[in-house]
Design a protein around this ligand. Sequence first.
Ligand code: SF4
Length: 387
Amino acid sequence: MAPLEPLEPLEPRGVYIHIPFCSAICNYCNFNRGLFDPLQKSRYVNALLGEIARAGEAGRAGRAADTIYFGGGTPSLLDPADVTRIISACREAFDVSSDAEITLEANPETVDEVRLSAFRTAGVNRLSFGVQSFREPELRRLSRLHSADRARQALADARGAGFDNVSLDLMMWLPGQNVSEWLESVDAGIAAAPEHLSLYLLEVYPNAPLKEDMARGKWSQAPDDDAAAMYLAAMDRLEAAGYEQYEISNVARPGRRCRHNMKYWRDGEWFGFGCGAHGTIAGVRRKNVAGTDDYIERIVRGESAAAESRRLSPTERLGDALFMGLRLVDGIDLEETGRRYGVDVWQRYGTELEPFIAAGMLKRNGSRLALTRQGMLVANEVMTVFV
Ligand code: SF4
């Protein structure tokens, strides 16, 4: 493919902010996080403010941003005053729209109505709660700190604090979990009436302490067929309850899709701030150093926090756009993507995609190509075509 000129982003950019602190480390966790330390947290927030301001000065800003996403770790361990300062720094560095979606990931045990009200005053207008399960034995097995009641209370507190855009994360295929136990959590999630739910499949990493806990407790994950049944039954229930699946792992009430995450799936652009954060702006992918202290020290020394910064090749950009876009239930528009990248997408990938269409994993409707629900179960296999 010929070199690509920087493509105009399809929509305003997003801002991702990584908060790497947790009250305890869950036995399955593979994220970039560490134990909360108030002094380190203060230094980290100052470093974040510095990195955001520098991005503004460097002229990487100037374009509109319409989402800010605090991910972690456990961003709800921040003081509301920290969140206020970080959002203000974003507003100074970027042209953040007045109706921007501002999400804070929160763990149920870290919040009450007073704290949530303060986050709302700071400018947060969307919460994403890491609930994972509404069954006590499962929460204990995952070494989570909250109970099912605490999760329900957190949602009630969010309503009390005035939030009308709340998401819950649930995790399926937990050790020792069968299909009906999983569906208990799905039903409890529906009963809690959030605007959005994300469903993830537990991946047990080889060095996760959970692996040893499973051996000791003699818990195993259900067979693969049951994992597929869990996914399909959950999606059926959620749809019957009025949620619309819009991505492999995400459902929402109409109008409540996560605008920030849509940027990842729709070939958008976003800045990433904080340790381990990555961003993609004008075809350049940047990833910050992972270590919290390393990150702080680099910013203090006036150095870049980037561990990697690489201009993606035209082929990589096209591959990413297709790979990520296919995660959406609406799939990808082959003509639009082809025009954007100056290639005939079908000519390039059609031969490899045809067998998946024949097998009922993919469907093509005019210029739209999308996974079927069965195809979502083997999405990684289909997507390797683009890598
Ligand atoms: S709360 Fe989330 S980020 Fe923190 S240790 Fe648990 S799973 Fe990992």
